[in-house]
Design a binder for this molecule. Structure first.
Ligand SMILES: [Zn+2]
Ligand SMILES: [Zn+2]
Length: 273
């Protein structure tokens, strides 16, 4: 994976849809905005559904019944905008070993070509959101789950690797240790980290926020690569290219190798079970 300096092509692999219950705009509005904003690649990566066995209903992700509609809609936009914007179908998913086989099969069945690792929770019941991390034990749980997911080989990118700073008050030694663990695992597994710009818009955070300068200093030292992601929950984010371009300059200045494209996998291996 070779890093680059300066922008060759603007790409964004982190785009949501209204199916996750906390985003705005039609699917096509995101593609039109990407086209107008000069994005060559627009990856949709809405919050993955899960096949809950206990009747749990999440309020922040698409229900399982919408996965087919989501995949069809993105595939049809891919055809419609061919030659203008390279629209890709992905998902943003947590790492739950009990659902790993299901996720691999769902990706194959629906033609999902990339997966972002959105390490929001370490349990499908969504207790203890890592964005509200406030203790050392929260940081350890976050880093441990990140390491597990990274080494699963499922994911093409770790989204907002510094998510814990949304809740944690100040980047301290414990944050540094967690950051080192996450970065070392990402480097060992060859997975790029996302420099996630949505934290700039987060007005309800409890902690210092992200992108967290302390985290990215560790990342630069650990030699990981990074990709810029908007985490767009509304189409207008794709029009704000100045922030994207500043992020690129910032990563270049830190000496962090940057990737613009995630591998386009035709199909991921099916589960063995
Ligand atoms: Zn979201
Ligand atoms: Zn997201």
């Amino acid at each position: 994976m070779s890093g680059r300096r300066g922008i060759r092509i603007r790409t964004n692999y982190h785009t949501h849809t209204t199916r996750c219950l906390h985003a705005e705009g039609t699917d096509e509005a995101y593609v039109r905005a990407a086209d107008a904003g000069g994005f060559g690649v627009l990856g949709f990566s809405d919050h993955s559904p899960w096949p809950y066995r206990d009747g749990f209903e999440s309020g922040i992700r698409m229900p399982l019944s919408q996965l087919g509609d989501y995949a069809r809609s993105v595939r049809s936009l891919r055809e419609q905008y061919a030659g203008k914007v390279d629209v890709r179908l992905g998902l943003e998913a947590e790492y739950y070993p009990e659902f790993e086989g299901w996720l691999r099969d769902a990706c194959r069945e629906h033609g999902v070509s990339f997966l972002l690792f959105g390490n929001h929770f370490d349990n499908p019941g969504e207790e203890g959101y890592f964005g509200y991390a406030s203790t050392v034990s929260d940081l350890r749980r976050y880093a441990a789950r990140a390491e597990m997911g990274l080494s699963s080989g499922l994911f093409d990118c770790l989204a907002h690797p510094d998510l814990f700073m949304q809740g944690y008050a100040r980047f301290d030694e414990n944050c540094r240790a967690a950051s080192r663990d996450v970065c070392a695992a990402a480097r060992a597994c060859g997975v790029p980290l996302e420099f996630n710009l949505s934290g700039f818009y987060n007005t309800w955070r409890r902690g210092a926020g992200y992108p967290a300068p302390g985290f990215w200093q560790v990342a630069a030292k650990e030699g990981v690569s990074a990709i810029v992601g908007l985490d767009a929950h509304k189409p207008a984010r794709l029009a704000e290219c100045e922030i994207y371009d500043l992020a690129v300059q910032h990563l270049d200045a830190l000496g962090i190798p940057r990737v613009e494209l995630l591998p386009a996998q035709a199909a991921r291996p099916a589960s063995i079970a």
